[in-house]
Design a protein around this ligand. Sequence first.
Ligand code: HEC
Ligand code: HEC
Length: 226
Amino acid sequence: MQKIILAILLGLSGTAFSAEETFPKDCAACHNISGPAAQTLKEAFGKKGPDLFYAGNKYRQEWLAAWLQKPKRIRPAGMYYGNHIKPGAKSDEIDASTLAEHVALPKADATAIAAWLMKLKPHDDLIAKEKIEPGTITKQMGEMNFDKFQGCMACHLIEPEYGGVSGPELYTAARRLQPEYMASYIRNPQAWEPKSWMPNKQVSDGGIQKLVRYLELLGKDSENAK
Ligand code: HEC
Ligand code: HEC
């Protein structure tokens, strides 16, 4: 009954469909929206898109709504880089021809789906364990820590085309992600995704604060704005 009323309301406001009904059908072909996370390597390798079933614990709503209207690549080499790498002159290169563009949505649909996704919060317990302390870090110190001390640079870009490509780019992370999520994922990637390729680096509480501060700084850098 509620769904029918919603459909009528959305119909009157000119929206093509109701997020509740369309999301699972169209998007669930590639995204896990009901959990649990992949429990085996086979399942993890087979993922066609990132898990969205904890979207409300992870994303910034305004970013979600904007990105869904104008998606731009986040994982330079796709979901599993092994499927999108070809031998190059000096080293392996990304084979962009194997990467598909993401579907873009009209504004009303993007806004409705973003609001719907933000209600998915099965991991409030993990988020509640994180507290972001105020503080500052210079870009230079932050980068040294990220690269040399913690070894994060092997898998993540900290500028367009600077860093590793097997993980999501991180110079946009602060615009996409809630700070508590970043802290929690760095603390224990496997708590979110048991088969994550990101190693648990046993970063100390202080080290996590420094990394999150650095990612927040990168997110504010206008040179990286896109
Ligand atoms: C053909 C498979 C496919 C379909 C269908 C699809 N997606 Fe995606 N989606 C992806 C892939 C792959 C990525 C990762 C993109 C990247 O990293 O550049 C992604 C990324 C996303 C992200 C960003 C998440 C993140 O952490 O990077 C959101 C949000 C999203 N999709 C929502 C949707 C919605 C909503 C729909 C339905 C309208 C949809 N997707 C349909 C494959 C798909
Ligand atoms: C061996 C490669 C590897 C290393 C080393 C690594 N990561 Fe990751 N990281 C990944 C992958 C793969 C993901 C998640 C993949 C996905 O969701 O598609 C990830 C996810 C993340 C996320 C969440 C991003 C998002 O968009 O969901 C953050 C934040 C992050 N890593 C920070 C770090 C930090 C800080 C370090 C160093 C302490 C680090 N990573 C080391 C591979 C790595």
